[in-house]
Design a protein around this ligand. Structure first.
Ligand code: C2E
Ligand code: CA
Ligand code: CA
Ligand code: CA
Length: 279
């Protein structure tokens, strides 16, 4: 009756309606965004602490929506995963990043590498290894200049399968990095079975490294673990000189974060590379 109807109706607050509508709208728009050329990549420098030089960058997707403006990946990557759109989007990211990195190399920055984030959907794709091989061949980027950032959960969904894929990727000569290290559900025992090259310490540990003894201990332990396993270790989300001092003290190899630079458009990244050469 009326009562039930009213109660049911109370479930849908205007705010929830708006959220649901926005979601629907974003999902619809996501389908045409690739064809409309609305995606772009920003690049965040990675700095080697021993030399002080920019050694590479992480490619991070941005969506220039015609009405909503710049939409952050947090708002659409999950949706892209659910709808399967992550496959064409991920393929576009990979090719664009490889093409761009090759251009920087040809412009005289021979040692620059680029990191690309891989999503679960991409990782489980049957032809992942061959599609990455094709992208490298077509763009001319040396395999060693491409790093793939993978999350622990992505690798832990099916460990044996993951080890096979990782071996195939290693054979290509690309570098493999575990992203957000320490936040996922993974067993240290697998670390020696995964043929990876880099551990990336999650921003959540770096953030409070100077004020929280636990976060400092976890960070120091990850760095020590990486050294013993002969892996490189990079810290993300470095925002202050104090955090940098800690990371340097513990022996971290590379840093990435607002302290040095936020993610920037390609032209800006090239300026950063040029400035560096002069100094
Ligand atoms: P992530 O892979 O952990 O990337 C690092 C995020 O931290 C980026 O957010 C970056 O802009 C941000 N960040 C970097 N330095 C700092 C800092 O010093 N302080 C703070 N507060 N933040 C910092 P962004 O670009 O919004 O990307 C968010 C996430 O979206 C990424 O997290 C990644 O999981 C996903 N993502 C971004 N681009 C792609 C892509 O091309 N493909 C896939 N599959 N995922 C992507
Ligand atoms: Ca990443
Ligand atoms: Ca991540
Ligand atoms: Ca992260």
């Amino acid at each position: 009756g009326k009562q039930t109807g009213r109660n049911n109706f109370q479930f849908y607050t205007p705010a929830m309606n708006e959220q649901a509508l926005e979601r629907l709208r974003i999902e619809g728009d996501l389908r045409s965004a690739l064809d409309n050329g609305e995606f772009l990549l920003h690049y965040q420098p990675k700095v080697d602490l021993a030399s002080g030089e920019v050694v590479g960058c992480e490619a991070l997707i941005r969506w220039q929506h015609p009405q909503l403006g710049m939409v952050s990946p947090a708002r659409f990557i999950g949706l892209a995963e659910e709808t399967g759109l992550i496959l064409p989007i991920g393929a576009w990211v990979l090719r664009t990043a490889c093409t761009q990195c090759r251009q920087w190399q040809l412009a005289g920055h021979e040692d620059i590498s680029v990191s690309v984030n891989l999503s679960v959907g991409q990782f489980l794709q049957k032809d992942l290894v061959s599609s990455i091989a094709d992208a490298l061949e077509d763009t001319g980027l040396p395999p060693a200049s491409l790093e793939l950032e993978l999350t622990e959960s992505l690798m832990m969904t099916d460990v044996e399968h993951a080890i096979g894929i990782l071996a195939g990727l290693k054979e290509l000569g690309v570098r493999l990095s575990i992203d957000d290290f320490g936040t996922g559900y993974s067993s240290l025992a697998y670390l020696k079975r995964f043929p990876i090259d880099v551990l990336k310490i999650d921003r959540s540990f770096v953030r409070d490294i100077t004020i929280d003894a636990d976060d400092a201990a976890i960070t120091a332990s990850i760095i020590s673990l990486a050294r013993h396993l002969k892996l490189r270790v990079i810290a993300e989300g470095v925002e202050t000189d104090e955090q940098l001092d800690y990371l340097r003290h513990y022996g971290c190899d590379e840093i990435q974060g607002y302290l040095f630079s936020p993610p920037v458009p390609a032209e800006k990244f090239e300026q950063i590379l040029k400035q560096e050469r002069v100094s």
